[in-house]
Design a protein around this ligand. Structure first.
Ligand code: ZN
Length: 65
């Protein structure tokens, strides 16, 4: 029996570190956030819910896992 390649499924969701585009404050954002997320420091919107993957307005600085 031939061994077939087994692909490991990637997790569909993750936590991301996003820098606020206004003040640079790092926010930890869930990639599938169901609500809009505002900056803790200045109140600027850093992510918006789209129904699936959240739209990010800030600069992603890495995964927060
Ligand atoms: Zn901010």
């Amino acid at each position: 029996m031939k061994k077939s390649h087994i692909s490991i499924p990637k997790p569909k969701s993750k936590f991301l570190k996003v820098a606020c585009s206004e003040c640079g404050e790092i926010q930890v954002i869930y990639s599938h956030a169901s609500t809009s997320i505002t900056c803790n420091s200045c109140g600027n919107e850093v992510a918006k819910s789209t129904g699936s993957i959240a739209k990010l307005y800030g600069k992603v600085s890495g995964n927060a896992e």
